[in-house]
Design a protein around this ligand. Structure first.
Ligand code: PA5
Length: 417
């Protein structure tokens, strides 16, 4: 269920044109639209192999290291975190999923190497280009450790590479060493790739129901192919672009659930890398409430009026937690005794909604009925399609990222590469 501010007819027309451009493949970067029908059009043989490999890794691994950066890891982390109980313990037949290659921290890598000692370790290294420095460096170091512990042959059995079908250093290495390999399709860019082997394999290893995830995405593919009037995806695009043109340059994706922190991070990459070019684009920001109400809440309420919020709302399905009565009532909370923590959270949500409205912060709400694999798959597709259509409304190519190369060029020069 969506609640979006009304958009102008002019904007609705632009969204309809942009959607048409995307569907008919005449927009810029159209050869990167493989994700658009991915839920109904993917390699079934590879999908089956993903499940088989995940099953055997789950049976044998204590730790699975997912090496990748940006679109090659954020989607996995987002979905896994959203669907996993907070503070859940591993070691109960579940492999522990650890990420690497998403920064250049020596201290992190050294701790990870020490942590892996005397554990059964597998690696899934993911890089579409096969040449990105951060994952390539982490992989070289962790691969050497694995080879030292297990010998080259067994180490190679424990490494799975997800990369381009033909090109790149990782592809070459995988061929030489005989790694199990999965493909990042040519027509899908990193940030739109979570429903390919890039995300599906590590998620299946982590125990996520990838069938339900794909079912949710498939239903979204149907639902968001309809006309504007019944299409929440297009309505969201119109609302955010209308707000942008009224000077609301910052979009805050927010929820009241810390498990969604990495959905926020994935969304920021998707929209930031897709739209932020040619001197244009909404700045994607994110918050977890009520945590951030105690840090940035002041700014949202009374700072520069340049932002709007998009909230992901759902009912927490965890066992009800009732606030207990306390005889002494030193903390003065007895007026809340008997209420559930969820009731307090809903009051915080409704109170914040009213306060932010009064403070001049427009709000869009997405209500999902449950936080499960099906609804997360639906949400992922919803945002991917919104992002692509929105990019065309803005008049940019939503599938390239030329600006990302700038820091790499400078860094390589300093490294004498
Ligand atoms: O969305 C993108 O294209 C990027 O974020 C890439 O996913 C990221 O830079 C990693 O690239 P690669 O998978 O080639 O290592």
């Amino acid at each position: 269920m969506w609640e979006v501010p009304e958009s102008s007819n002019e904007m609705i027309g632009r969204v309809q044109d942009a959607a048409q451009k995307l569907e008919s493949g005449v927009g810029e970067g159209a050869h990167y639209r493989g994700w658009l029908d991915l839920p109904t059009n993917h390699d079934r043989g590879e999908y089956h192999r993903i499940k088989e490999v995940a099953k055997s890794v789950r049976e044998d691994a204590d730790i699975v290291i997912i090496i990748g950066i940006g679109g090659s890891y954020l989607g996995t982390r987002a979905i896994k975190d959203a669907l996993t109980k907070p503070l859940s313990q591993t070691g109960m037949g579940e492999p522990e999923v650890i990420y690497a290659g998403h920064h250049l921290s020596t201290s992190y890598l050294q701790s990870l190497r020490a942590y892996c000692k005397n554990k059964s370790v597998y690696i899934n290294v993911i890089s579409k280009s096969g040449t990105t420095l951060e994952p390539a460096l982490a992989f070289r170091i962790l691969r050497k450790d694995l080879e030292e512990v297990y010998g080259e042959q067994e180490a190679s059995r424990r490494i799975i590479a997800t990369t381009d079908v033909k090109k790149g250093a990782l592809k070459k290495l995988a061929q030489q060493k005989g790694y199990e390999t999965f493909i990042v399709p040519n027509d899908i860019g990193g940030r739109y790739s979570v429903l390919t082997a890039v995300g599906l394999l590590p998620l299946a290893i982590a125990g996520v129901d990838i069938d339900a995830l794909m079912d949710g995405a498939k239903d979204a593919q149907d639902v968001y192919g309809t006309q504007y009037e019944e299409n929440a995806c297009y309505q969201y695009v119109a609302a955010r672009n209308n707000l942008y043109e009224r000077g609301k340059k910052i979009e805050i994706l927010m929820s009241y659930e810390p498990k969604l922190q990495y959905i926020n991070e994935w969304w920021k990459q998707l929209f930031g890398e897709s739209e932020g070019k040619d001197g244009k684009g909404l700045y994607p920001s994110s918050m977890i409430f009520t945590t951030d109400l105690h840090s940035l809440g002041q700014y949202i309420q009374e700072g520069e009026r340049s932002m709007f919020e998009t909230g992901i709302i759902f009912n927490d399905s965890a066992d009800e937690l009732i606030i207990p009565e306390d005889q002494d009532d030193y903390d003065g909370l007895n007026d809340l005794a008997g209420k559930s923590v969820q009731e307090v959270c809903v009051a915080a949500r409704e109170g914040t909604r009213a306060a932010h409205s009064e403070g001049g912060v427009p709000q869009i709400f997405l209500e999902i009925s449950q936080l499960d694999a099906y609804h997360i798959g639906h949400l992922i597709y919803f945002f991917e399609k919104s992002c692509a259509v929105s990019g065309y409304v803005l008049g940019i190519n939503p599938f390239n990222q030329p600006g990302v190369e700038a820091y790499k060029k400078e860094m390589y020069e300093l490294l004498g590469r």
